[in-house]
Design a protein around this ligand. Structure first.
Ligand code: ADP
Ligand code: MG
Length: 316
């Protein structure tokens, strides 16, 4: 029988044991991170932060947590580069301006007015939001758009889509300069053609192209689902590891749809062009970047060129 008087004692006991184990747990987490910190020191990681991840109901908290992860990566010697989307925010402003978004095969039809709206939202709203969230922690982030120093050269994809661009060339000098100076580039994915015409470019595609151009170690997509599913309707069908060839087959079988198509295409292209690993992670999980990069717990989907044994237990 438990008397009222026993309860505080029981609590006190529980608290004491928690107090004893908490420092040990914290220490073990830090020690677990050590080989990863050593492995990734000086390495470049391109992180694409989805517009949907930003647009969620708790968008402010999600962005603040994301910013902490990026700053921590930078402070332990990694070189993070952030590429952000903004689709929902563009649709939002269009709605406020009374303009109906129109899609063709999942791509936004972008007339002259729409590309202006896209540029305003990406470079004027989303980009400074991400930059400011990171710079709460110090003087790290610098916002650039694909127009700066010819970073993203583009050409029209299809006349019916208007100013939707395909990447023709990445000129990474401006971001190379920034990371050499230990800044964190935050990139808005507006590109321009030779005449200076602006184009809206899929942020997934840009992230992959930049990862390749800069010789990144990792390409990471933060999205609104736990990773790649074998069956998009079945949450238990998460694919934990997959090779580029296996992904080609999944694409052929029509298993990859909608917003996942440009991510998967970029992952496949990137690992075939020198990027060591690509990851598709759930941006809704708090500190998912830290969990993936600095702990033994594999999370989300990891894409590799081929399945190979890690040399002498060096973490991926
Ligand atoms: P983001 O803003 O991160 O680019 P998208 O909506 O463009 O987000 O892309 C992610 C979406 O892709 C998921 O929410 C999911 O509905 C869709 N999707 C299509 N095929 C798959 C698949 N095989 N596995 C997981 N997600 C998929
Ligand atoms: Mg998308």
């Amino acid at each position: 029988m438990t008397s009222v008087g026993d309860a505080p004692a029981a609590h006190a006991e529980a608290d004491t044991s928690a107090d004893n184990s908490a420092p040990a747990l914290k220490a073990s987490v830090l020690v677990e991170a050590l080989p990863y910190i050593r492995r990734f020191a000086g390495r470049t990681v391109v992180v694409k932060y989805g517009g949907n991840a930003l647009a969620g109901t708790s968008d402010h908290d999600a962005l603040a947590l994301f910013a902490e992860d990026i700053v921590l990566m930078r402070l332990v010697g990694m070189r993070p580069i952030v590429v952000h989307g903004g689709g929902p925010q563009i649709s939002d402003l269009m709605a406020r301006l009374g303009k109906e978004p129109e899609f063709l095969d999942g791509l936004r039809v972008t007339d002259a007015e729409t590309v202006e709206i896209a540029r305003m939202v990406l470079k004027g709203q989303v980009n400074p939001q991400v930059v400011a969230a990171i710079n709460v922690h110090g003087r790290f982030a610098v916002g650039v758009s694909g127009v700066d120093a010819g970073l993203i050269r583009a050409t029209a994809r299809d006349a019916r889509l208007g100013f939707v661009g395909d990447v023709t060339e990445i000129n990474p000098e401006v971001i190379q300069g920034l990371i050499d100076d230990e800044f964190i580039p935050v990139i808005a994915t507006i590109g321009s053609d030779e005449s200076g015409q602006a184009y809206n470019i899929n942020a997934d595609t840009v992230a992959g192209a930049i990862a390749e151009a800069i010789g990144a170690e990792k390409l990471v997509y933060l999205t609104d689902i736990e990773g790649l599913r074998r069956d998009v309707a079945d949450a238990s069908s998460l694919i934990r590891q997959v090779t580029a060839d296996e992904l080609d087959e999944l694409v052929d079988r029509g298993i990859i749809a909608g917003g996942m198509i440009p991510k998967v295409a970029s992952c496949v292209h990137a690992v075939r062009n020198g990027v060591h690993r690509a990851h598709i992670l759930d941006g809704r999980i708090a500190h998912v970047l830290l969990l993936e990069i600095f702990t033994d717990a594999g999370i989300g989907t990891m894409v590799m060129l081929e399945r190979d044994e890690p040399a002498e237990g060096i973490p991926e």
